[in-house]
Structure formats: C-alpha cells, structure tokens
Design a binder for this molecule. Structure first.
Ligand SMILES: NC(=O)c1ccc[n+]([C@@H]2O[C@H](COP(=O)([O-])OP(=O)(O)OC[C@H]3O[C@@H](n4cnc5c(N)ncnc54)[C@H](OP(=O)(O)O)[C@@H]3O)[C@@H](O)[C@H]2O)c1
Length: 167
C-alpha cells in the first residue's frame, strides 16, 4: 500500500480560499477523477464540507475529524494515525490524501508520492496552502504540459513526485 497526496496548486503554493477551491479547472477535475476512481480517498473535515458533504462516487471515502458523527457513504476516522498501518505494506493499492491544507501538512512526511497540478492563476486573499515540496526529499518523475484549460483559459502542468530514495 502506498500513500499519495494529490493537489492542485497555484502560485505561492495556494490551494484554497474561503473554504473552497479558488478556481474551476475542468482539465484538473478530469485528471483528479482519472487518478482516484476505484481507490480510497482521505480528506479533512473542511474539505468534506467543501464538497457539499457528499462522498466522491466510485471511491472509498474516509473523512478525518475529531468531532464529526458518521454520515452515509463515508467512514470517519478521528485522526490520521490509521494511515501508519499502510506504510511499507506490500499490497499494491494506492491510498490518496485529497486535502486540504491541514491534512496535507500532517501527511506529506509519510507520503510516497505527490500528484501535483500546477496552475498559474493569481489568487487574491488565499488562506490555505500546500506544504513546501523539498526537492532534497522529492524527485520529479513525470512532467506533462503545459496545457491550456479550454473553459478557464488557465495553463496547467501535471507533475508527479516520488520520495527520493538513497542508493
Ligand atoms: N487545491 C486543492 O487541490 C485542494 C484540495 C482539497 C482542499 N482544498 C481546499 O483546502 C481548504 C480546506 O483545507 P483546510 O486546511 O482548511 O482543512 P482540511 O485539512 O480539509 O480539514 C481540517 C479538519 O480536518 C480534521 N483533521 C485534519 N487533520 C487532522 C488530524 N491529523 N487529526 C484530526 N483531525 C484532523 C479536523 O477536523 P475537526 O475540526 O472536525 O476535528 C480539521 O479541523 C478548502 O479551501 C478547500 O477548498 C484544496
């Protein structure tokens, strides 16, 4: 089992504003769906609320919250500790952390892989950020684009990073 973070990141590591996504990029939504469908997605309580408290279809949805009661179609965990059991597990399955900022910050240290969509849209008043990707710890293993998103007109680049392995 491997643990991956997946995020769309703007200039200065921006990922959110006012409890929601600061942009709508359909190419990124398609990319996100293609990568995560059929897998487990794990999100913080605020990201769950930003999705209208509706589970993402065709995925096992886990919401992390210290306070939230159970809801239909999801599993609730009270902290991120349960992810530890998946580290170094020989099973092939990939588990995806899908946000937001608090949960990315808590889990980047145990992640094996990062799927990052970079966008160039300038955002005023952003309040949520992705943690710094330290290139001493991460190797960029895939870089595709730039492509222009037809609907928003923004430029996006899809990158994948794997944790740097000492040889
Ligand atoms: N650009 C992107 O790719 C992307 C992706 C996802 C989200 N976002 C954006 O990010 C923002 C939300 O992020 P956020 O940082 O405000 O919140 P968040 O990480 O989604 O959720 C925070 C909440 O999750 C729970 N939680 C998280 N880590 C925990 C831990 N280790 N142990 C226990 N509980 C934990 C707590 O819930 P309780 O308070 O209930 O205990 C905490 O208040 C929104 O603007 C959203 O649109 C952007």
């Amino acid at each position: 089992m491997s643990i991956s973070l997946i995020a769309a990141i703007g200039r200065n590591n921006v990922i959110g504003r006012d409890g929601g996504m600061p942009w709508h990029i359909s190419e990124d939504l398609k990319h996100f769906k293609k990568i995560t469908v059929g897998h487990t997605v794990v999100m913080g309580r605020r990201t769950w609320e930003s999705l209208g408290c509706k589970p993402l279809p065709n995925r096992r949805n886990i919401v992390i919250s210290g306070s939230m009661p159970l809801a239909s179609g999801i599993e609730v965990r009270h902290d991120a500790g349960f992810l530890e059991q998946y580290r170094g597990n020989s099973c092939e399955e990939e588990i995806f952390i899908i946000g937001g900022g608090q949960l990315y910050g808590k889990t980047i240290g145990i992640a094996d892989k990062l799927y990052i969509t970079e966008t160039d849209i300038p955002i005023e008043g952003a309040d949520t950020f992705f943690p710094k990707i330290d290139l001493k710890e991460w190797d960029c293993v895939s870089n595709s684009g730039p492509i222009i998103d037809g609907k928003s007109g923004s430029t996006v680049v899809f990158k994948e990073y794997e944790r740097h392995r000492q040889h």
